[in-house]
Design a protein around this ligand. Structure first.
Ligand code: AMP
Length: 281
């Protein structure tokens, strides 16, 4: 395994493998790797000859009041995890390399970026779409692996790849959870013990929604109200949103029909947590 910090070197190594017709899998991450990330890496390992994991805390996707500075960066642990999983390259560029002085170009997927998380995180998905495009151009992978945990991100990346004719196969893998149901997230490291207990309310609310739908509930507002009640009962009072939306355009729907996304975001203490589930009727 090699750690590459330089864009040109990364591009050259990837090109060599492409010329030898070796399939390349890319797993973009911000590091602080957990089992959720590792599930993507393992899938990339199974499906490709050459696996690149990028570790980059992307300043362009953090708002001015967000946790860019405090975001966990346990690089030694990440290195050990990647080594264990048989990763070939960790691409670990510096922010100054990715966004040199005078940097001006951004990628924005219109409409999809104004909904759900984008309301309280303006500019976030523009930052994500931009960095993913840059990684795609540098590595030129055959496939790239993303988690369903960040549902809106997955929808936006798929749309971007389609609209811009980027020749990368996007794979979205299921959310990995702790035993308690809490979706794994690097930001879970911020949670105090008591907060971690309360955070299981997210899964509880999603589970309740699924059950209600299985029992025949179709009215989205009624389902959302029941989910809110669970949150409040469990002491999660700062709710950013609980939404039931169309899987493709992310617009709110009134009645459950076909494949829908139930997504939520809440604040627990100083930590913003997201989770979601897909329901098919
Ligand atoms: P991040 O490091 O948070 O930017 O995440 C990197 C990738 O890992 C993204 O595609 C996430 O959706 C994915 N990911 C994060 N948490 C999980 C999880 N619990 N299960 C599956 N994938 C995840």
């Amino acid at each position: 395994m090699k750690v590459i910090r330089n864009i040109k070197e990364m591009a050259e190594v990837a090109k060599k493998h492409r010329q030898r017709r070796k399939s390349i899998g890319l797993v973009p991450t911000m590091g602080a790797l957990h089992e959720g990330h590792l599930s993507l890496i393992r899938q990339a390992r199974r499906e490709n000859v050459f696996v690149v994991v990028s570790i980059f805390v992307n300043p362009a996707q953090f708002g001015p009041k967000e946790d860019l500075k405090s975001y966990p960066r346990p690089f030694k642990n990440d290195l050990a995890s990647c080594l264990k999983e048989g990763v070939d390259i960790i691409f670990y560029p510096k922010a100054r390399q990715m966004y040199p002085e005078g940097y001006k170009t951004y990628v924005e997927v219109k409409n999809l970026s104004g909904l759900l998380c984008a309301k309280s995180r303006p500019g976030h998905f523009k930052g994500v779409a931009t960095i993913v495009t840059k990684f795609f151009n540098i590595v030129q992978p055959d496939s790239a692996y993303f988690g369903q945990k960040d549902a809106q991100q997955a929808v936006i990346i798929k749309k971007m790849v389609k609209d811009l004719n980027i020749p990368v196969k996007i794979q979205v893998l299921p959310t990995v959870r702790e035993k308690s149901g809490l979706a794994m997230s690097s930001r879970n490291l911020y949670l105090k013990k008591e907060e971690r207990g309360r955070a299981t309310a997210l899964y509880e609310a999603l589970y309740k929604a699924k059950n209600l739908i299985n029992l025949g509930s179709k009215d989205c507002q009624a389902i959302i109200t029941q989910m809110k009640n669970i949150m409040i009962r469990r002491g999660v009072t700062r709710i950013d949103y609980i939404s039931i939306v169309d899987m493709e355009n992310l617009l709110p729907i009134k009645k459950i029909k076909g494949k829908v996304l139930i997504a939520l975001a809440v604040w627990i203490g100083k930590t913003r947590l997201i989770d979601n589930t897909i329901v098919r009727l």
